[in-house]
Ligand binder design. Structure first.
Ligand SMILES: NC(=O)c1ccc[n+]([C@@H]2O[C@H](COP(=O)([O-])OP(=O)(O)OC[C@H]3O[C@@H](n4cnc5c(N)ncnc54)[C@H](OP(=O)(O)O)[C@@H]3O)[C@@H](O)[C@H]2O)c1
Length: 358
């Protein structure tokens, strides 16, 4: 055998016996191709699982807690888009003032703002009856915004026991009652949007919120269950998670915050109600289940998505991809919050010891 023949037969032998070395690369290519095809397919069917479009122009929107803060800004945003508004709150004077502000946002002379004074947390019969009156005047409710709420901060052992009950009554039952009052008509009409205004404290439990947080976490459970029941009726539920927002309610809450809660809160910026309202209204109209504000809010919503519904493939994919990274960042936040709590405790104990010595 010549040397050329020998080298050629060695090359042949090498190719025949080493093709398997390429196998991992081929398999990787096939897997990558499958993933790309799968993602493309998901994007193609995305419009099929997304909620049908909903228009605010001419719609009847009921906003509980619409006389102040975030609720008032939500009412103004809906009015700017041509909606008819029912404002619900207890204080009649505040309601009248808010009505005037909302009316300034009109885009046509047919729009109407109706005011209803009721405590949304006291009695279901009463809430049902006022919602009925509103529907008689402005037509069936197309969108309900459950924004009436209140907060209190304080250390667990220092919060009055009746405040725990109050939080659940106003923040949880105060959302259940109006929702129950509109849902039958929405189901009959096979359309509707319901927004529950929770809080970032309804996504994470923080120092000082043992009474407030559970009432806001409860809204998430309500919303998830309700969404599963309502989806076949083309009714979409949104849970909105406001960050700290500059409102009269926020000013009141600040008066009760322990030092730890204040220091933890200060790690994030305070938002403006109009900015927050714009995002919540847009997400509710689109039928998105989660509505959050800013990068912190986005991270929290992705981290706490659990088994919550998705309304777009993009949202689901983003959650899958970002989960690990966001958990890592969250662990750093948790460490820094724990360290704030520890430092405050040490400071207090030193101050106590100094007092005793004097
Ligand atoms: N601002 C923030 O930083 C922040 C952060 C996270 C979550 N949130 C949530 O966002 C929502 C709005 O907060 P906000 O800061 O805008 O509060 P706000 O300025 O105090 O406004 C609260 C509104 O709810 C009404 N309301 C309270 N209790 C009610 C009841 N039992 N029945 C009927 N209406 C009632 C109030 O009117 P009357 O008092 O006249 O009834 C007012 O219109 C609340 O659910 C709050 O928990 C706020």
């Amino acid at each position: 055998m010549s040397s050329e023949e020998l080298s050629s037969s060695i090359t042949d032998w090498f190719f025949f016996n080493s093709w398997w070395l390429l196998l991992p690369f081929v398999m990787l290519l096939v897997i990558a191709a499958f993933i790309v095809a799968f993602v493309l397919l998901l994007y193609m069917i995305s419009p099929l699982i997304s909620p049908k479009p909903f228009k605010l122009n001419g719609a009847h929107v009921v906003v509980t807690g619409g006389s102040s803060g975030i609720g008032k800004s939500i009412a103004m945003e809906c009015y700017r888009q041509g909606a008819f508004i029912t404002l619900v709150a207890r204080d009649e004077t505040k309601l009248v003032l808010a009505k005037k502000e909302v009316e300034k946002c009109a885009i046509n002379d047919k729009q109407v703002v109706l005011c209803i004074s009721v405590d949304v947390s006291s009695d279901y019969g009463q809430v049902e009856s006022v919602i009925k009156q509103a529907q008689e005047k402005l037509g069936p409710v197309d969108m309900l915004v459950n924004c009436a709420g209140t907060s209190i901060a304080g250390k667990f052992e220092e919060v009055d026991m009746d405040r725990f009950k109050k939080m659940m009554e106003v923040n949880f039952l105060g959302s259940v009652y109006p929702t129950r009052a509109v849902i039958t008509t929405m189901k009959e009409r096979r359309m509707g949007r319901i927004m529950f205004v929770s809080s970032q404290a309804g996504q994470i439990g923080l120092f000082g919120y043992t009474a407030y947080s559970p009432s806001k976490f409860a809204l998430r459970g309500l919303a998830e269950s309700l969404q599963m029941e309502m989806k076949p009726y083309n009714i979409y539920v949104t849970v909105a998670y406001p960050p700290d927002t500059d409102t009269p309610g926020f000013v009141e809450e600040n008066k009760t915050k322990p030092l730890e809660t204040r220091l933890i809160s200060e790690t994030a910026a305070v938002c403006q109600p109009d900015q927050v309202a714009k995002i919540f209204v847009k997400d509710t109209v689109q039928g998105n289940f989660n509505s959050s504000v800013g990068p912190d809010g986005y991270m929290l919503s992705a981290l706490t998505c659990g088994m919550s519904p998705v309304t777009s493939i993009t949202e689901g994919l983003q959650q899958i991809v970002t989960m690990g990274l966001f958990r890592t960042i969250a662990l750093f936040y948790l460490c820094s919050f724990d360290s704030i709590v520890r430092r405050c405790m040490i400071q207090r104990e030193r101050a106590k010891a100094a007092d005793k010595r004097e």
